[in-house]
Design a protein. Structure first.
Ligand SMILES: Cc1ncc(COP(=O)(O)O)c(C=O)c1O
Length: 402
C-alpha cells in the first residue's frame, strides 16, 4: 500500500515518498534484511525469471527496502527511475561502465572528486575509451572538446573542493549535439538545491554517504535517469556485476531522507554565515562560496541552484603549515575527509582527497596547499565561528612568537 501522492511537495515526499507498507501496517519503512526470496512453486520461479510475473528474486537485483529508497530518491529528483548502489563510487562507476564501450570518447570537467578523476583518466583508457578533460567553467573549452563526436560527458557542479560552477544547460546542449549523454555528480548541490535533469542532464549520480545519510553512519550511492536507460543499460550491469546496496544501509538512508530538507537548509544558512565571517579575516587569502558576491560564477550559481550549499572553501595565507595549524587548533570542527555530515568537518584536499591527482593537476584546479574545505554541520553557527576565531587567533599568536 503506497501512501504518497506524486503531486505532493518535496518535504512530504522525503518522509512518505515510495513508502510501501506490508500487510502488517508498520509505521516506519520495513527492513527486509534478506539476501533471497522464496517462490510458491517451481513454476512461479520459472515465470519470474522469464519476466512473466513480478517477484523479488535476489537482493543483488532488487529488494523491497532498496526499492522504497530508489522510489523516494527518484520522486525528489524528478527522475523516471533510480538504482541505489553500495557507495557513491559504485554509482559513478556503474553509470559510466554500463554506458561505455571500447572506442568511445568521454569529455569531463577537470574538477572531479579524486576517485572519479581516476576512473576517467586511468581506468577507462585501459578499456579503450579515450578521455579529454576541460576546465569546467570555460565554455570555450567545452565547445572545442564537443565539436568532435563524444559518447559521455561527466561533470560535477559545484565541484569538490573549489566550488566551481558548470553551466549545466549550455554543456548539455553541446553534449547532445555531439552525441553524448550528460552525467552529473550532484553531491555538493544535493537533490534539493539543483535539478540537473531539468537543465538537460541525462543521468544524475549521488554519493548518498554525504547529505542523504548526513549522519556519518553508512555508505551508499544512487544513479538516476530515464526508465529505458535504467532498465536496458544500467540494470543489466548492476545485476551482473553486483555493486548492490545492503537493505540495512538503504533503510538508514530512507531515515536520512526524512530530515534531508531540514538539515540541508540549516547547513546552507550556517555555511553562508561562516563564509562571510572567514572573508573578513586578515589571515584568509580567499573564500569560495557559490552565492557570495565575490564568487566568480555567482550569477550562474544563483540561476541553477536555490542555495549555495553546505560547503565553504577557503585559503589560509602561509600554505600547508598555516592550514594545518588552523585545522589542528580547531576543537569543535574535526579533521576528516568526509563531508555533508551533521558534524562540521575540515579537510585539507591537497594532502588527502586530491593527493593522488598530482601537484600539476591540483595547480590547474587552484587547490593550493593553503586550501581548506569546510563542511558545515548542524552545530550552532556561532559556535563554529568561535571555533574558527580561536584557531585563527592561535595561528596569529604563533606567528607573533616566531
Ligand atoms: C563529489 C563526490 N562524488 C563521489 C564521491 C564518492 O562517494 P562514496 O565515498 O560514497 O563512494 C564523493 C565522496 O567520497 C564525492 O565527494
Amino acid at each position: 500500500m503506497t501512501t504518497h501522492d506524486p503531486r505532493h511537495r518535496t518535504a512530504t515526499l522525503l518522509v512518505q515518498g515510495g513508502l510501501e507498507r506490508s500487510h502488517h501496517g508498520e509505521t516506519a519503512e520495513a527492513l527486509y534484511l534478506t539476501s533471497g526470496f522464496v517462490y510458491d512453486s517451481a513454476e512461479q520461479a520459472e515465470a519470474t525469471f522469464a519476466n512473466q510475473v513480478v517477484h523479488y528474486q535476489y537482493s543483488r537485483f532488487g529488494n523491497p527496502t532498496v526499492t522504497m529508497l530508489e522510489r523516494r530518491i527518484a520522486l525528489i529528483e524528478g527522475a523516471e527511475a533510480c538504482r541505489a548502489t553500495a557507495t557513491g563510487m559504485a554509482a559513478v562507476h556503474a553509470a559510466l561502465l554500463s554506458h561505455l564501450k571500447a572506442g568511445d570518447r568521454v569529455v569531463a570537467s577537470r574538477a572531479l572528486f579524486g576517485s572519479c578523476h581516476w576512473i576517467v583518466s586511468t581506468l577507462l583508457p585501459r578499456y579503450g575509451v579515450t578521455t579529454e578533460f576541460v576546465d569546467g567553467g570555460d565554455m570555450a573549452q567545452w565547445q572545442k572538446a564537443l565539436s568532435t563526436p563524444a559518447n559521455l560527458v561527466l561533470l560535477e557542479s559545484p565541484s569538490n573542493p573549489m566550488l566551481e560552477i558548470v553551466d549545466l544547460k549550455a554543456v548539455a546542449d553541446l553534449a547532445h549535439a555531439a552525441g553524448a549523454i550528460v552525467v552529473v555528480d550532484n553531491v555538493f548541490a544535493t537533490p534539493l538545491l539543483q535539478k540537473p535533469l531539468e537543465l538537460g542532464a541525462d543521468v544524475v549520480v549521488y554519493s548518498c554517504t554525504k547529505h542523504i545519510d548526513g549522519q556519518g553512519r553508512v555508505l551508499g550511492g544512487a544513479v538516476l535517469g530515464r526508465q529505458k536507460w535504467v532498465d536496458e543499460v544500467l540494470q543489466p550491469f548492476i545485476r551482473n556485476t553486483g555493486p548492490s546496496i545492503s537493505p540495512f544501509n538503504a533503510w538508514l538512508l530512507l531515515k536520512g531522507l526524512e530530515t534531508l530538507s531540514l538539515r540541508v537548509r540549516a547547513g546552507c544558512d550556517s555555511a553562508e554565515k561562516v563564509a562571510n565571517f572567514l572573508a573578513g579575516q586578515p589571515a584568509i587569502a580567499r573564500v569560495w562560496y557559490p552565492t557570495r558576491a565575490d564568487h566568480p560564477q555567482r550569477e550562474l550559481a544563483m540561476k541553477q541552484m536555490t542555495a549555495g550549499g553546505t560547503l565553504v572553501t577557503f585559503e589560509v595565507k602561509g600554505g600547508k603549515d598555516a592550514a594545518f595549524a588552523v585545522m589542528n587548533a580547531m576543537r569543535l570542527v574535526k579533521v576528516s575527509n568526509n563531508l555533508g555530515d551533521s558534524k562540521s568537518l575540515a579537510t585539507h584536499p591537497a594532502t588527502t582527497t586530491h593527493l593522488r591527482i598530482g601537484a600539476e593537476e591540483r595547480a590547474k584546479l587552484g587547490i593550493t596547499d593553503g586550501v581548506i574545505r569546510l563542511s558545515v554541520g548542524l552545530e550552532d553557527p556561532q559556535d563554529i565561528i568561535e571555533d574558527l576565531e580561536g584557531a585563527l587567533a592561535a595561528l596569529a599568536a604563533r606567528r607573533a612568537a616566531e
